[in-house]
Design a binder for this molecule. Structure first.
Ligand code: ATP
Length: 325
C-alpha cells in the first residue's frame, strides 16, 4: 500500500485527504496513518494539514521498490523491481530471478555490492550510499548472435538519462562506458544465457558513480562521479526512472530490426571516440587508428593507415592514444 499511497501523493498537485486514501484502498484511517508514518520514517517529507490531508514535499535519495515503482512511467520495463541494501552482485541475482520465471523487464537494484563485477572478471567498486548498482533482465525473442548489441542500446539509454537528469555532457566510450569530461562514470556488463538459436535471458548490469567523493588509488586517474563533475547531488531514483524510460523506447526500436540501424546516428552523436585516434587493445594484435563511428551491427569503424577495420566488442578494449579516452 505504501507504493500506491506514494503514487497518489506524487500524482496530486495539492492535498490528498485521509478519507480519500481510506476509500481508495478500502482500509481504516489507522492503516493509512501507519503507512504515512512508515514513509516519513523512510525519509519522505509529508505535510499533514487538518481538513485538507497529505502533501508530499520531498522524497529522500533512496532506491526502494516503493520509491522506484511510484515513480515509474514505463509501459512494462521495470514492471518487477527488487531492492537490496547490500548484495553480492545484481547480475547474479537477476540471473537467478530469470530462472525463477520472473518476467522480462525485471529490475534488481542495490545500494552496495560486495562482489560487483566488470568485464573479463574485473571488479566494479560498489561502496554503499554512493552509486546505482542495477541489473535489468530481459528475455528477447531474437538470435543470440545479436545480443551483444543490447550493451550499446543500454549505453545509449544511460547516457541519455544522465544528460536529461543532470544536464552534464555525458558521452559514450565504445562500446559501453559512459564518460563525462573524459572520466568514467558508468560501466556496463551484459551477460547472456542462450541455446544455439534462442535466448533464455540477458542481464544488463549497470554501475553508475553518483555521490562518490573519492576513488581508490588505482581508479583516481580514470574514474569520477556525478557529484565530482557537477558539485551537485542528484536523486538516484530519478536517474533510474529516466533510464527505464529511454531503455524501453530504444529496446523496442532495436527489436524490430535486431540491429542498430535506427539508433546508430544517435549513438554516434554521443560517441566520445568519434574522429579521435584510438588504440584498440585486441588480445591478438593491438593496433591504432582513427575511430569513425559504429556500424549498424555495433562494430567500431577504425581507419588505420592501411585499411578500414571493423572492431567487434567482446574481448576488445579501446583507449585514446594519450589516455583513457
Ligand atoms: P575498458 O573497456 O575501459 O577496459 P571495460 O568495459 O573492460 O572497460 P568494465 O567492465 O566497464 O571494464 O569495468 C571494469 C573496470 O573498470 C575495472 O577493472 C576498473 O579498472 C574500473 N572500475 C572499477 N570500478 C569502477 C568504478 N566504480 N568507477 C569507474 N571505474 C571503475
Amino acid at each position: 500500500m505504501k507504493t500506491e499511497i506514494l503514487t497518489m501523493l506524487r500524482e496530486t498537485e495539492g492535498y490528498v485527504s485521509g478519507q480519500e486514501l481510506c476509500n481508495h484502498f478500502g482500509v481504516s484511517r489507522t492503516a493509512v496513518w501507519k503507512a504515512i508514518n512508515q514513509l516519513k520514517d523512510a525519509g519522505y517529507e509529508i505535510e499533514a494539514v487538518p481538513n485538507k490531508g497529505y502533501h508530499l514535499i520531498s522524497a529522500p535519495d533512496i532506491m526502494s521498490a516503493e520509491e522506484l515503482k511510484s515513480n515509474r512511467k514505463t509501459k512494462w520495463m521495470g514492471q518487477e523491481i527488487l531492492y537490496f541494501d547490500s548484495i553480492d552482485s545484481t547480475n547474479t541475482k537477476a540471473k537467478q530471478l530469470a530462472e525463477e520465471n520472473y518476467p522480462s523487464g525485471t529490475l534488481v537494484v542495490a545500494d552496495r555490492q560486495t562482489a560487483g563485477r566488470g568485464r573479463r572478471g574485473r571488479n566494479w567498486e560498489s561502496p554503499q550510499h554512493t552509486g546505482i548498482f542495477m541489473t535489468l533482465m530481459v528475455k528477447p525473442d531474437m538470435n543470440p548472435n545479436n545480443a551483444s548489441m543490447l550493451t550499446l542500446v543500454a549505453a545509449l539509454a544511460v547516457a541519455k538519462a544522465i544528460t536529461e537528469v543532470t544536464q552534464l555532457p555525458a558521452q559514450i566510450k565504445w562500446p559501453n562506458d559512459i564518460v563525462i569530461n573524459g572520466h568514467k562514470i558508468v560501466g556496463i556488463l551484459t551477460e547472456m544465457s542462450a541455446q544455439i538459436d534462442y535466448i533464455n535471458h540477458v542481464v544488463i548490469g549497470i554501475g553508475i558513480n553518483v555521490h562518490n567523493e573519492s576513488f581508490p588509488q588505482e581508479l583516481r586517474e580514470t574514474a569520477s562521479s556525478l557529484l565530482l563533475e557537477s558539485g551537485k547531488r542528484f536523486r538516484r531514483a530519478d536517474i533510474i526512472e529516466a533510464f527505464l524510460e529511454h531503455f524501453e523506447k530504444y529496446y523496442e526500436v532495436f527489436l524490430e530490426t535486431q540491429d542498430l540501424e535506427a539508433l546508430m546516428n544517435e549513438y554516434n552523436r554521443m560517441l566520445v571516440n568519434r574522429e579521435k585516434f584510438v588504440r584498440v587493445l585486441d588480445p591478438k594484435e593491438p593496433f591504432e587508428g582513427k575511430a569513425m563511428g559504429i556500424t549498424k551491427k555495433g562494430e567500431l569503424i577504425v581507419d588505420t593507415w592501411e585499411s578500414r577495420k571493423l572492431v567487434s566488442s567482446g574481448e576488445v578494449s579501446v583507449r585514446g592514444i594519450y589516455g583513457y579516452v
